[in-house]
Design a protein around this ligand. Sequence first.
Ligand code: SF4
Ligand code: SF4
Length: 334
Amino acid sequence: MTTPRTVGFKKGERNIFFHILTACNLSCSHCYINPAQHGTATLSLETIKKWLDLFYDPQKTGNVIFLGGEPTMHRDLAAAICHAKKRDFAVTVDSNGYLFHDLLERMTPADLDFLSFSLDGPDPDINDPIRGQGVFGTCTANIKKAVTRGFRTSLIFTASKKNIDHLPRMIPLVKELGVERFFIQVIGLRGKSAQQDEGDEQLQLTREQWLAVVPKVAREVAREGIHVTYPKVFLDDTEPFSCAGIDAENYFIFPNGRVYRCPLCEDYPIHSLKIEQDCLVKNEGLTEEQFFGLNIPEGCVMNKLLQQDNIDYDEAGKPVNRISCCLIKNEITV
Ligand code: SF4
Ligand code: SF4
């Protein structure tokens, strides 16, 4: 089956994107981490456990994604995973591939639901100028090691103008590495990619570039028996618009205590929640929440505010396509 299915928000499900530190050994050109907004702290194990417990609800399915920075740089990541599993969370770790602190030796495949790796090109010539010298070799070697040891693995490719033409060459690589899932992401206008100077090469893809490459590659990867997910991005007239800030329970937690409901807001101090003295508190005043309910012809309000160039208008001034919530995905299962 290679027809994409739109994955809407699941009622009774809670997704916790937990940045346990912002430090990283790499300096990727599109990094979305913004220390001025997200802090530079490394949370202690004790704090990680307390904060995880704030989001635990036995009535709901909970998914925790441990992020950084590079989460494996945290010496207590294995213990944090163990605590999350005790609370019945499904746990994913998103790594840049370096797997510090012997993570594979300290865990068994039963301790973790998914180990996700980021790679932005099919070879060092494409990947390493984006992610760093030597990263392709280290990351692919550790993916192979994880697969051989029986860990469930996935691969994330962030598509931008720098690498979109090379996405088709990821098809044989994904197969060779033996990963179960392949995620294609679109580069956002956050962190470093939002801080480009005039004259810098623009990284954002046009609608035409995205549609010409991504759906076809996704189908071909799925034909190899690999589960593929990619953002919906554009809605046609028959498809309903839904904002995750209203219709889903996603929490993006940063080490300085900010908790966002929408990832597009993360460069701004408009987080709707914060953790203060280990308690979850609602923020007063102007926050992201005030934007979620605005009903505009373009679809996603934050996209209209931050990424206007994504939106094409017809002669009557009507958007050619509405922009979907960035958290709505197309999925091809096998
Ligand atoms: S690995 Fe992730 S956190 Fe580290 S620099 Fe790259 S994008 Fe940023
Ligand atoms: S990306 Fe847009 S639609 Fe999705 S949560 Fe944010 S504001 Fe809502």
